[in-house]
Design a protein around this ligand. Sequence first.
Ligand code: SF4
Length: 349
Amino acid sequence: MNLKDLTPDELVAFVRELGEPAFRARQLLRWIYTARETDFERMTNLSLKLRSRLREKAEIPELQLKEELHSEQETTKYLFTLPDGEVIESVRMHYLGEDLGPGRVAVCISTQVGCAMACDFCASGKLGLRRNLATWEIVDQVLQIQKRLDEQGERVANVVFMGIGEPLHNYRNTLRAVRMINSPEGLGIGMRHLTVSTSGLVPRIRDLAAEKLPLRLAISLHATNDALREKIMPVNRKWKLTALLEACREYQEATGRRVTFEYVLLDGINDSVEEAHELVRLLSGMHSLVNLIPWNPIEGVRYKRSRPARVRAFQEVVEQSGIKCTVRQEKGGDIAAACGQLRLSDLKR
Ligand code: SF4
């Protein structure tokens, strides 16, 4: 049994099967998530008999760090190897739209190996989906980064599910990971500091709304009309903008949370002032935040990054309408910053 893949309740059931009382599960959780221990022998408040049974029946695996790249701009990228040899990437940042404060960092994590959504401007969409990540493989990205931060007295304060993969395409495990990262017996990070991003899987957004969790929802929007969105994001062929925005309103009503709209700016494609006005019209009446993302070039992809003047003009239109509009800061451009780019170059190597 992989103990990291169990929720606290499932761990209680497991220790009971071993004939042990429920508090043993709490002890194990403290060892795993607070002491970051994986060796049963060092879990000295467990009886020798229990430790030996756990050695026979259970394991506490870890993601293996394959590569770590530091940017000059306080961003670190981690490439992790999974037990089956696949690789995923995670990013640690000191900035997330605003400074997080001293000693606090945000991490961006992956939920799948590859991605089935095939967005035209994205490195992760290029090779398709290999598989979903297990719950523990999602949570362990945060745990492994936290372990490295322990020595510096820093802690992960925000988690964004915005790395490789479409989180809502791996709905069950993403949601289990959200609960484990949030649980006081897990990593104890407040639900309000967790952001799940989606390219627009409308039925799953509705499912998430029904959970009524105070989670932040981010939508990768990137276009203001169906024709363009279908071209750059095939997911829009199935779920059109009207349906997507309706689901966002539903989410907002159910959770009371502001919805963030991510908008990657592609020169001459989606970055005109007219499109900025159209965006404002689409979001009217909704409590939203627009986050403009200067595109990070990817080898073999024909798009160009928007020029700074066009970014500023776009931002001005959105802000003048009263919608808060930020431009994602340039962090990590020197270390293959685009989502999936590090994994892509690792696969090529
Ligand atoms: S942008 Fe997100 S949803 Fe689209 S292909 Fe890339 S990882 Fe998948």
